[in-house]
Design a binder for this molecule. Structure first.
Ligand code: IPM
Ligand code: MG
Length: 354
């Protein structure tokens, strides 16, 4: 049976990294005898330039018909002065909302071989294996926005059901891991965070009695992520805190270029994207690290298509290639030989079919 995976390259390095992920998906197809349809569609600045819309209707249709969506990155200086409603980023937010993917899973499991690429001491990185669950379709990203010449407003709203459903995802994940959930909020200042904490304190002991629950204020969490990263298991938090903390957490893995993500709803259709942005400074130069997107494709096969062996094969191939010493610039230490985006993708695809 043919499975359809919509490919949305987006902007900047998005095109380069998704190209490598497609290569790897084709290698999986060949190795395991699958048939993937991989239709491409425009999003972000690319959609804006071609269709005057960062999330064109045709893209919405292709995504609605797909089993899963793999996305590169959106945005860039070219569209900096575009009004809020048609910014490239708005296209991504509309896609997330259209798919209803409220839970964004961002695993942070640093590869020991890359500890030299992290600014954090290697002894602190030992045993680090974190799953950040970021609420993705609510909060300040989606609240009412107002702007006059001299004032600006961004409204942050959360409802009890929005908090409950993302907590359930976090609780279930923790049960399959180390049985610990750290909920991050700013309940000493924000009303939405007070509701978040209240709902967490009710739901977690009731539905996940065996899971240890810890609360951290977001400022403290930012510090603890660096001072004791190995103590975390699942971290669950609201949209904007999750955005910020996962860029920080990527430094544990050495580079944003290593961190994949999966955005899920209650069904099986998901959106998969690297956590990094479009990196306009290196776009089109064959310098980007495709691993985050390739590892996102691995999450896609596992979580949306139920292809566990295929997913594991991609993860193993990435590990093999890293163990063989291949490094893109972002994860290279002094003296390492640096390869380009395409060479990295070729090597990972070859390790799968080998
Ligand atoms: C991310 C990105 C996006 C976000 C941007 C591009 C809108 O930073 O996926 O982390 O803030 O969610
Ligand atoms: Mg971000």
């Amino acid at each position: 049976m043919q499975s359809t995976i919509a490919i949305l390259p987006g902007d900047g390095i998005g095109a380069e990294v998704t190209r490598e992920a497609v290569k790897v998906l084709r290698a999986v197809e060949q190795k395991f005898g699958h048939d993937f349809a991989l239709p491409e569609a425009l999003i972000g600045g690319a959609g804006l330039d071609a269709e005057n819309d960062p999330f064109p209707q045709q893209t919405a249709d292709i995504c609605a018909d797909a089993a899963a969506v793999l996305l590169g990155a959106v945005g860039g200086p070219k569209w900096d002065s575009v009004p809020t409603e048609s910014r490239p980023e708005k296209g991504l937010l509309r896609l997330r909302a259209a798919l209803g993917v409220f839970a964004n899973l961002r695993p942070v499991a640093p590869h020991p071989i890359l500890s030299g690429a992290s600014p954090i001491r290697a002894d602190l990185l030992q045993g680090v294996d974190i799953m950040v669950v970021r609420e993705l379709t609510g909060g300040i990203y989606f609240g009412k926005k107002e702007r006059t010449a001299d004032s600006a407003t961004d409204v942050c709203t959360y409802t009890r059901p929005e908090i409950e459903r993302v907590l359930r995802i976090a609780g279930k994940l923790a049960q399959g891991r180390k049985n610990k959930v750290t909920s991050v909020d700013k309940s000493n200042v924000l009303e939405t965070s007070r509701l978040w904490r209240e709902v967490t304190e009710e739901l977690m002991p009731r539905e996940f009695a065996s899971v240890e629950l810890e609360h951290l204020l977001v400022d403290a969490a930012a510090m603890h992520l660096l001072s004791r990263p190995a103590d975390f298991d699942v971290i669950v938090t609201e949209n904007m805190f999750g955005d910020i903390l996962t860029d920080e957490a990527s430094m544990l893995a050495g580079s944003m270029g290593m961190l994949p993500s999966a955005s899920l709803n209650e069904g099986s259709v998901g959106l998969y994207e690297p956590i990094h942005g479009s990196a306009p400074d290196i776009a089109g130069q064959d310098k980007a690290n495709p691993c985050a997107t390739i590892l996102s494709a691995a999450m896609l096969l596992r979580l949306s298509l139920g292809l566990e062996d295929e997913s594991a094969a991609i993860e193993a191939a990435v590990n093999t290639v890293l163990s063989n010493g291949l490094r893109t610039g972002d994860i290279a230490a002094k003296g390492d030989q640096v390869v380009g985006t395409a060479a990295m993708g070729d090597a990972i695809a070859a390790a799968i079919t080998a």
